[in-house]
Ligand binder design. Sequence first.
Ligand SMILES: [Zn+2]
Length: 139
Amino acid sequence: MAQHTPGKPLPEISDLTRPFWAAAKNRKLVMQKCKHCGTLNFYPKPWCIECGDRGLEWVEVKPRGTIYSHTVAHTVMMNFPAWKDDLPVVLCIIELDDGPRMYGQLTGCPPEKVHIGMQVEAYFEDISEEAAIPKFRPA
Ligand SMILES: [Zn+2]
């Protein structure tokens, strides 16, 4: 796995996921949409999660949502020491306003203030020449 800073892994970008990372680099959140039934897929897959159709197109979704669930990491695994400076790390499942749920890190909010139903918005942090990662902050 490639590294952008020592101890922090980069995503493995494939033909399937490249549009997501490239859009994030352009400060846009995109997901696959089924041309047959309209379902939004996340994470990227070769087929629709609802009907199995392989006719998918990338569409922009609103970078806003609410916290569906969250946890706070107070320690780091030994193989990712660079996260130590970020502790505590708030990890969330975000239910986007457009429907899909995605994982994300919440920043800009003390861990004790995070709550389910909290409104958040995405922002994008560059991690390489070809990708940025969506993170979330209070809206
Ligand atoms: Zn479908």
